[in-house]
Write a protein that binds this ligand. Structure first.
Ligand SMILES: Nc1nc2c(ncn2[C@@H]2O[C@H](COP(=O)(O)OP(=O)(O)O)[C@@H](O)[C@H]2O)c(=O)[nH]1
Ligand SMILES: [Mg+2]
Length: 295
């Protein structure tokens, strides 16, 4: 008999939700950066081990929205903590609970979904410090289990999978055995470009960019032609994205192309353009256009 669990991974920005999702799936399906608000959508990761299938929901960090894109992201989180079998509540390995985390825990309390406290980044602290972290969090909320991990090093993931297994229910798998995500390939390609922008460019520019794949086609010899348009909010941002003599855009393109080739197992010919679309983060129409819509 097959069994399935749908599990939300939530927590404040930058705690490593996407890194953990990728580590559990075993492939890079969701982008990672050291900047907050990297993940904008709910992204499904699928882990199938024999009869058991876990469907993981990687979510945006819980934030105070400053524009309609932010409203959308907060909504994604709210919707993802109800109607699931279990929640992984990811935290930094420090004994401090922020206001965003408090209100997210309140939401979880209301939904009465079981929650596992996952203390990530244990590679960055001494073991003795862990007890204080556990004490602080378990006082604040009745977690069903506590699992310290390092998503980066893969530490503790087997224990985490064992804990997650307690929440499976009998029933058909939601995805075929060999699926790893609900994201179409061209969507992951757009996200990879956004990831490189987040990694290459400082400050505000990356948060105001959106990427659209305008062409995705295969030649007879197997080479993939991919064209992407990078939208940004100001002409000055366009200049930064393109860089001196196009050097920044070339670097972003080269790094993204390399990862696309890994992902797709084919040679990729990538062309990129930069366009300005002012205030798209506050335009309902533009948000829908870029796929940030509530179902
Ligand atoms: N040292 C360390 N860094 C980590 C770990 N997990 C994630 N990170 C880093 O934390 C930053 C944010 O990761 P990301 O997965 O994008 O966080 P998210 O915003 O919660 O999805 C990135 O720079 C990651 O490389 C970990 O276990 N140990
Ligand atoms: Mg993320």
């Amino acid at each position: 008999m097959t069994e399935t669990a749908i599990i939300t991974i939530c927590g404040r920005p930058n705690v490593g939700k996407s890194t953990l999702t990728n580590a559990l799936v075993g492939e890079k399906i969701t982008i990672v950066s050291s900047k907050p608000q990297t993940t904008r959508n709910r992204i499904m990761g699928v882990v199938t081990k024999g009869e058991t299938q876990f469907v993981l929901l990687d979510t945006p960090g819980f934030i105070k929205p400053r524009n309609r894109l932010g409203d959308y992201m907060v909504n994604v989180v709210k919707e993802s903590v109800t109607d699931v079998d279990c929640i992984l509540f990811l935290v930094e390995p420090v004994p401090e609970i922020g206001p965003g985390e408090m209100s997210l825990l309140e939401k979880i309390r209301e939904s009465s979904v079981p929650a596992i406290l996952v203390i990530n980044k244990i590679d960055t602290i001494e073991k003795e410090k862990l007890l204080a972290v556990i004490a602080e969090w378990t006082q604040a909320f009745p977690f069903d289990a506590v699992v310290p991990v390092s998503a980066k090093d893969g530490d503790g993931l087997d224990i985490l999978l064992d804990e997650m297994h307690k929440y499976v229910t009998e029933g058909p798998h939601l995805f075929p055995e060999d699926s790893i995500t609900d994201q179409p390939e061209r969507q992951i390609c757009a996200e990879l470009i956004r990831e490189k922008i987040l990694q290459c460019i400082e400050k505000e520019v990356p948060h105001g960019t959106a990427v659209e794949i305008s062409k995705f086609s295969e030649r007879e010899n197997g080479i993939l032609d991919i064209e992407a348009i990078i939208y940004c909010e100001k002409p000055s941002h366009k200049g930064i994205l393109i860089g001196k003599n196009g050097s920044m855009l070339r670097q972003i393109g080269a790094e993204a192309r390399e990862e696309m080739e890994d992902l797709l197992g084919a040679k990729v010919f990538l062309q990129t353009w930069v366009k300005v679309k002012e205030n798209w983060r506050d335009s309902e129409i533009q948000l829908r256009n870029f796929g940030y819509r509530n179902e």
